[in-house]
Design a protein. Structure first.
Length: 299
């Protein structure tokens, strides 16, 4: 089942380190997009290092502290870093006693991971049968997932979409908006996105699928949008959603929420939900938010 997941865990705020404003650990299952995420934060003013031995992390931060180019540090960690994983609680406690540490954990459905490995013809880092290796990796990385501040399921995300999502969350302070908002269109027959904050079912709207001239188009096409928005119920629905978001977004920002996921679903995710998502994006784009639009089920 395709899905897009971003979970944020409630954690007590930690004191900011004197040596670095932010230490981001990017980890997760092999094939889930860790390299893409690391490159994304590198473009948002993070100094990035992949697969750094845990014993060298403190030394790296100390040596680079005070330099504007390394004020934020991102470190890629995976199953190759056995020292870190074998003593995960001790390693994290040591880091968090000195620095502001965040953990981003990436995952994806097992069948999606198997397909990605087969497409790239790369062996799994654990070797052997890919499916069995994925199961073993799940167990090995379970402590890191448990300690994660954010979990992103990349099953339905393209590399470009993942890059944009990660960039919107970890943008540098000088460009960061008050709230990162993802608007997702999807089809119910392919499954509901996981861990979304707000879900709107738009299957009550007239369906362009049954109009021969519109059936092969999608909701981002003007002809489809014109058909959907000529109906009074669509206009009324859009107004109510706009008013609701105008009410909610400032409250989410006030409460310190950094990410908001809003999904619009129709039967197949091709016509009505993409059209509604595009329209809502226009209506809230003037807010102080970083907006990310994902049409999950448009091929």
């Amino acid at each position: 089942m395709n899905r897009n997941t971003l979970q944020e865990k409630d954690k007590k705020p930690r004191e900011k380190t004197k040596l670095a404003s932010r230490v981001l650990i990017i980890t997760g299952l092999s094939g889930s997009g860790k390299t893409v995420a690391l490159r994304a934060v590198e473009d948002t003013d993070f100094f990035c290092v992949d697969n750094l031995p845990v014993s060298l992390i403190s030394s790296l931060i100390t040596k680079t502290s005070g330099q504007p180019s390394t004020r934020n540090i991102a470190i890629g960690v995976d199953i190759r870093e056995k020292e870190f994983l074998s003593g995960i609680d001790r390693a994290l406690n040591a880091l968090r006693s000195k620095y502001q540490v965040e953990i981003l954990f990436l995952e994806a459905d097992s069948d999606v991971l198997v397909r990605r490995f087969k497409e790239t013809r790369r062996p799994h880092p654990l070797g052997g049968d890919i499916a069995e290796a994925i199961v073993a990796e799940h167990k090995i990385l379970a402590p890191l997932k448990k300690n994660a501040d954010r979990i992103i399921d990349t099953s339905s995300l393209s590399p470009h979409q993942l890059r944009k999502l990660v960039s919107s969350i970890y943008a540098s302070a000088k460009v960061q908006k008050d709230l990162a908002v993802s608007l997702i269109s999807f089809g119910f027959k392919y499954g509901i996105p996981q861990n979304i904050d707000l879900l709107f079912d738009v299957r009550f709207l007239p369906n362009p699928h049954f109009i021969p001239l519109l059936k092969d188009l999608n909701g981002t096409d003007k002809k489809v949008a014109d058909f959907i928005f000529k109906h009074a119920e669509t206009k009324k629905f859009i107004k109510k959603v706009r008013d609701l978001l105008n009410f909610l977004i400032p409250l989410y920002i006030r409460e310190g929420k950094s990410y908001l996921s809003i999904a619009f679903g129709c039967t197949g995710g091709k016509h009505r939900s993409p059209a509604l998502t595009e329209e809502i994006a226009k209506l809230i784009s003037n807010k102080n938010i970083d907006l990310n639009v994902i049409h999950r089920d448009i091929s």
